[in-house]
Design a protein around this ligand. Structure first.
Ligand SMILES: Nc1ncnc2c1ncn2[C@@H]1O[C@H](COP(=O)(O)OP(=O)(O)OP(=O)(O)O)[C@@H](O)[C@H]1O
Ligand SMILES: [Mg+2]
Length: 161
């Protein structure tokens, strides 16, 4: 894609992941959807916790959504946390009425987003997490759609400071 922007970040330990979450909280505009991909225990929920904490939400409120399919956290803005691992199929995802969240003012954070890929917005951020060691993780942040290309670049600049 012409304007696609990709930035990778190697977290050595969990505090690096926390710093990335804080940078995302600063940079992401209202209404952003973030598709989180990575294996069990990669750190998808941990990154959401970091983002939530930086948005004024208590970290312990943030768990993988188990009993409800969407968790809402209300801090300086609203966060909607979805775990597609819990969903049977894309139809169950669509039954949640995701468009309303995508078009809203909050941040939408979707774990296992690759499972509902065809239902996601055309413009969003994709974050892949690869486990590279016991406490190290490689984050690959990619813009989907033109709108997010400069935002990915901005995240990279902030993290370099
Ligand atoms: N650098 C790091 N970044 C994120 N998590 C880390 C890091 N180092 C160690 N961890 C640990 O890895 C685990 C990540 O778990 P987490 O629940 O976030 O994974 P997940 O990707 O959401 O898995 P699931 O698919 O089961 O929901 C936590 O126990 C966390 O403490
Ligand atoms: Mg999780």
């Amino acid at each position: 894609m012409a304007n696609e922007s990709i930035w990778t970040f190697d977290a050595v330990e969990e505090s690096d992941t926390a710093r990335l979450g804080a940078a995302l909280a600063e940079v992401l505009p209202n209404g952003t959807t973030v598709a989180l991909c990575g294996t069990l225990g990669a750190g998808k929920t941990r990154l959401v916790q970091a983002l939530a904490e930086a948005s004024g939400v208590e970290r312990r409120q943030v768990l993988s959504p188990t009993f409800v399919l969407i968790q809402e956290y209300h801090g300086r803005r609203s966060l909607y946390h979805i775990d597609a691992y819990r969903l049977r199929d894309a139809d169950e995802f669509l039954a949640l009425g995701p468009e309303e969240y995508f078009d809203g003012d909050g941040l939408v954070l979707i774990e296992w987003a690759d499972r509902v890929e065809e239902c996601l917005p055309k413009e969003m951020l994709e974050i892949r997490i690869d486990v590279t060691g016991p406490t190290s993780r490689r984050f690959t942040v990619r813009s989907i759609g033109e709108r997010f290309a400069p935002i990915v670049a901005e995240i990279g600049r902030r993290m370099a400071l």
